[in-house]
Design a protein around this ligand. Sequence first.
Ligand code: 5AD
Ligand code: SF4
Length: 334
Amino acid sequence: MRDFSEDKILAYLNGCNDNELFKLADKLCRAEFLDQVYLRAIVEFSNFCNKKCKYCGLRALNSEITRYRLDDQTIIAAASLAALNGAGTIVLQSGDDFSYSTERIGEIVRNIKRQHDVAVTLSVGDRGIDEYEYWFRCGADRCLIKLETTDPDIYQDIRCGESFAERLRLVKGVKEIGYEVGAGIITGLPGYTPESLLQDILFLTSLELDMIAAGPFIPHPETPFSSSPSGDTNMAYRVTALLRLLNQSANIPATSALDSLIDDGRKIGLTRGCNVIMPSVTPTANRADYNIYPGKNAVSLDGDNGVVEAKDMIRSLNLVPSASKGFSNKKVST
Ligand code: 5AD
Ligand code: SF4
């Protein structure tokens, strides 16, 4: 499936035949994963962030947000509940918050792995490669390091001076350590074009990732992009479907941002090439404060028990919520 021409991809991005594209992506996805959908339960353990990304509500300069940090026991309890409810993967996610030491995060990983037969994914931002090495030794299985865009100039602009080359070094570095690696982009960022999305798709594909995410941009009122329009959900579906065509065995989530823009956004994603759902299992008292964009973690999205609700959603599509860790098929087949 890697032989799609750039012209063909661009034509799909321009909406030449959504029906055909989505059907093709669904067919490939089902050929690869049969009726299984993987569950990754996210514990958003801190919304403090030292970065100033222009698109994100957690940016350090947003003083309108109620900041929280979960203590270790609360993080582990949330992870345990998710594991007992059938999540095969626990994602530990936060802003770039250096108040959690390397050892402390390592101990949380060890604790979860000791108690439950789950995979642990870290989504904790720009920490040192030595820290990622340490956490790998503690039992962490995967890293999520989003690129947001694969254009170095746009990256530097929207992440307020950060270096794309450094971020890419981190993606490659954690891969070398032995982690499964996920990356991804936001579709419909201010100034995007179908051509820039084509480049994003080709670049992400060239990285041979285990997981690839693409969610639509949603303007947050307390950011410099507050008056930019939301990303088009159809464009986000086209990008995920095309990523499926070019990366048959990759894990591709139906992102929560889809649900913030349209009803059943994630559910529809599962019929268009996506094979992963990532419900929030952050304690309900804090969940709405993990406000990356409006509508993110509206409590109604995942209810009191995100994993159980996600399983119901999967079953309503006649698909099967998988209790497996959902390692990438790429690894199994090589
Ligand atoms: N709209 C959509 N997605 C966003 N993210 C951050 N801000 C936005 C936004 N305004 C995504 C990024 C980030 C993840 C935590 O959420 O991909 O990595
Ligand atoms: Fe922080 Fe990540 Fe938001 Fe940037 S995108 S401000 S690094 S939480």
